[in-house]
Design a protein around this ligand. Structure first.
Ligand code: SF4
Ligand code: SF4
Ligand code: SF4
Length: 430
């Protein structure tokens, strides 16, 4: 059986196991098996659960075999490969984007959302080690259907169309970033063990967009920490020049230069399948972070969807030369629209943040003005903000406005006790 067929069979098997977990075992035996668990349950509270064990296993196996988990077991990596395959079947050939952000951005997301806040919490609330395999329930970290489907479409498909092979894995995935360190120390690596003719077939085969030919001819091995040990390059080499080989870590040559690749993706045989944006890396980084933070959390949106949309929007704005934008005359208009939408949402985000901060410090006049602006601009009505406004207006003696917001809060959450209690307080106030 070819490596590709073996991988497809194993990845289908992984999806069958996921279905069995959901439909047969439920949450009673094994809870959510999600990478987030390691950070939100273990790092934060000291709880070892199914997700934490998965991360531990993935980390340890990566030290030996490289990012095998990513290449052979991750369903989301498989979805992006499926998208790439479908696009090629439709004769749509996106270019894979070469950028330093593939190293920087996933690490920023990992540190900012998963490591730093959970570690800070753990320092303030010392934890005791405990085991809870059945918690939390399977769907604990998944968003609703609409946001879930959008995340699937944006990070599984759209991002591949814009940023190329495994765009989400390379540019955003914090779990991939977490496995980069053990991957750089992995004992098994793809190594040059025969004569290379420089045909670049290995680079064309690599599903995560590594310039394999450049790496094995420069360093005698693949040093790129995005390598997922999928072995598509070793099996695809017509000269049998590549092997997936063990070397004692004490004898492994590790140099800083292994990670500073300057001339990759430029060979004439592969130039047309990659595009470099290195000169605009920092512009894209700034745009992605600003846009991502401006929408993250709004409409129930998670980090993956927010930053997926943000990097696609940022890339669309900075990219002037790609042939895929046939209607170039529309581009300034679309750029302006995209910038306007993200600026608009950043005003909403800041207004909510300021409104809640001022509320916490009992500065009601300021909190009211920020939250009023937030609900005016936010297309989605949020009962909690109307409830807070109702409470603050009552405290400020503005009974009419308090009643107005309390009624909206009740309409939005008819079964919630807060709005009912507020209405009673308004009616009984002089
Ligand atoms: S980088 Fe993330 S999404 Fe991609 S295969 Fe690895 S864990 Fe899965
Ligand atoms: S496929 Fe084999 S021969 Fe061709 S460039 Fe890669 S290692 Fe060299
Ligand atoms: S370098 Fe080879 S083993 Fe690594 S991801 Fe690319 S094709 Fe797979």
């Amino acid at each position: 059986m070819s490596i590709l067929k073996l991988r497809i069979a194993i990845l289908i098997g992984v999806h069958v196991l996921i279905l069995m977990h959901v439909l047969y075992f439920g949450s009673d035996t094994i809870g959510s098996i999600d990478f987030q668990e390691f950070f939100h349950a273990f790092l934060k509270h000291g709880i070892i659960n199914a997700g934490g064990i998965l991360v531990l296993l993935a980390f340890l196996t990566t030290l030996i075999f490289g990012r095998f988990f990513c290449g052979w077991a991750c369903h989301f990596g498989a979805i992006q490969e499926l998208c790439w395959w479908l696009l090629n079947k439709l004769n749509i050939k996106p270019k894979t984007v070469d950028s330093k952000l593939v190293t920087i951005l996933p690490i920023i997301i990992l540190l900012n959302f998963y490591i730093v806040p959970n570690l800070l919490y753990a320092f303030d609330h010392p934890w005791e080690l405990s085991i809870a395999i059945d918690s939390p329930e399977i769907w604990a970290f998944l968003p609703g259907w609409i946001i879930g489907t959008l995340t699937f479409l944006v990070d599984g498909f759209l991002i591949v169309y814009f940023l190329g092979r495994k765009g989400f894995c390379r540019f955003l995935c914090p779990w991939g970033a977490f496995l980069k360190l053990p991957n750089s120390l992995a004992m098994f690596k793809v190594r040059k063990t025969g004569n290379c003719t420089g045909c670049h077939e290995c680079t064309k085969q690599c599903p995560i967009g590594i310039d394999v030919s450049y790496e094995i001819n420069t360093y005698q091995k693949v040093t790129n920490t995005n390598c997922t040990s999928c072995l598509m390059c070793t099996s695809g080499c017509p000269e049998n020049a590549l092997s997936y080989q063990f070397i004692n870590p004490l004898n492994e040559e590790v140099k800083l230069s292994h990670f500073l690749k300057r001339d990759q993706f430029s060979h004439i045989y592969i130039r047309d399948i990659f595009t470099s944006i290195r000169s605009k890396d920092f512009l894209l980084l700034g745009l992605t972070l600003l846009a991502g933070f401006s929408i993250d959390g709004l409409y129930g949106m998670g980090h993956f969807l927010a930053f997926g949309l943000a990097i696609i929007a940022g890339y669309f704005i900075i990219n002037k030369n790609d042939n895929k934008y046939k209607y170039l005359w529309m581009k300034p208009l679309l750029n302006t629209l995209i910038i306007f939408i993200f600026l608009w949402h950043s005003v909403i985000k800041v207004s909510i943040w300021q409104g809640l901060t001022q509320f916490e410090t009992n500065n009601y006049t300021s909190s009211i003005s920020h939250l009023e602006r937030a609900i005016l601009l936010y297309p989605k009505s949020i009962g909690r903000y109307h409830l807070l406004l109702g409470q603050m207006y009552l405290l400020e003696g503005n009974k009419w406005s308090a009643l107005h917001h309390a009624k909206i809060a009740k309409e939005l959450n008819p079964n919630h006790e807060g709005p009912l209690q507020l209405l009673q307080r308004i009616n009984s106030s002089p």
